[in-house]
Write a protein that binds this ligand. Sequence first.
Ligand SMILES: [Zn+2]
Length: 274
Amino acid sequence: MTAKLDPSDYMPYAPSEPGRTVRRHHCKGGKGKDKLYITRKEDGSIVAFCHHCHASGGTSMAVNNNLSNPRSSVGTVFSGTSKTGSNAGIFAIPSDCQGNTDKWGREALEWAEQYLTSDQINDSPLSYSDREGAIIFPFVTDTDMVMYQARYFPAREPKYMTYWNHNTDRYYDPMGGSDTLVLTEDWISAYKAVLAGYSAFPLAGSHLSRGSMGKLIARDYRRYVIALDNDNPAVRREQRRLEREFSMYAPTLVLKLTKDLKCFNLPDIQDLIE
Ligand SMILES: [Zn+2]
């Protein structure tokens, strides 16, 4: 995995119409699905982002359509690199991140395999940075990485460190395409809910901001499921608030869990939610 996109990966395919996104195949992951999103923004600039390997790139300003030699075009073509790399300011996960579990540290892989099989991990957007000794959890939109969380091995406190991209809104998208939305605390719990057939939104903590709630409500889900850890009094309060607010829009189920959803297998997750 790399955090760099070559301009030839996206410039020849960039849509001409502002606001439009096209999808293309980029890297091996995602079982043949087209995971590279290339968007022409309203200002005419282009952003490209691969949802599998998280490589990114784009232009800093408006460019003409479908240039065969992007480097000669108006505006600077950039490729995502690590924050400390030559393109400082472009937000990206650590540049040495590896999606393939053969390259993961033993302790990190053992931890992740408590919850996901190695095939599921390899097919997911998770990656591991050997330099950081951390698993990287991406929080994305169609066009941007909004933030990522890192979980370090050996374990540190806090368990997850959060790194925000300060060039985007602080709103990442839910995962999955179902009309039932499951709210979880952590990324893997959300991913497992998606594998079980639902849409999911990881709070990346135990609080949902007003803004994020508004964005979720606007997607018009037919049902909400709140799957936060019920053990902690502060989380229980947040759970009641979410139930009160989401139930104004659609039927809302609260799961009274004493462990994270990621600790359940997929059939058990389906049993809990149906
Ligand atoms: Zn890719």
